[in-house]
Design a protein around this ligand. Structure first.
Ligand code: AMP
Ligand code: ZN
Length: 114
């Protein structure tokens, strides 16, 4: 499959991993928009939030559980952080494999990430 995040999951494209279990992977964004900028993805290829099915509910919950754990490990949980999911063209989605941006490490000044 021609998906850059699937290639990161299988290891054919390198990444700096910060969290991994059987269903979820998190790695540093290659173009960080904040001191902490991590992408949290399901290992299952789901293109966008629009493609999430009811049976994916546990998986989506796991993405947020990973976000909570990573924010704590990165030392930004108390100061605060932002979770963003871009959907399709108007949402600014560039990579069509579901991902949550975890941004923090500074005061995020606007509502938007980039
Ligand atoms: P989005 O615009 O929500 O689709 O975000 C895609 C994100 O993936 C951008 O912030 C990119 O910087 C990031 N990205 C693209 N390629 C890579 C890569 N090989 N490793 C890490 N992050 C990447
Ligand atoms: Zn994929």
């Amino acid at each position: 499959m021609d998906c850059i995040f699937c290639k990161i999951i299988e290891g054919s494209i390198p990444s700096t991993k910060v969290f991994e279990n059987e269903r979820v992977l998190a790695f540093k964004d290659i173009q960080p928009a904040a001191p902490v900028h991590i992408l949290i993805i399901p290992k299952k290829h789901i293109p966008t939030m629009n493609d999430v099915k009811d049976e994916d509910a546990d998986l989506i919950a796991e993405l947020f559980a990973a976000a909570r754990q990573i924010a704590k490990e990165q030392g930004i949980a108390d100061a605060g952080y932002r979770l963003i999911n871009n959907v399709n063209s108007d949402g600014g989605q560039v990579v069509y494999h579901l991902h949550i941006h975890l941004l923090g490490g500074q005061k995020l000044s606007t509502l938007l990430a980039n």
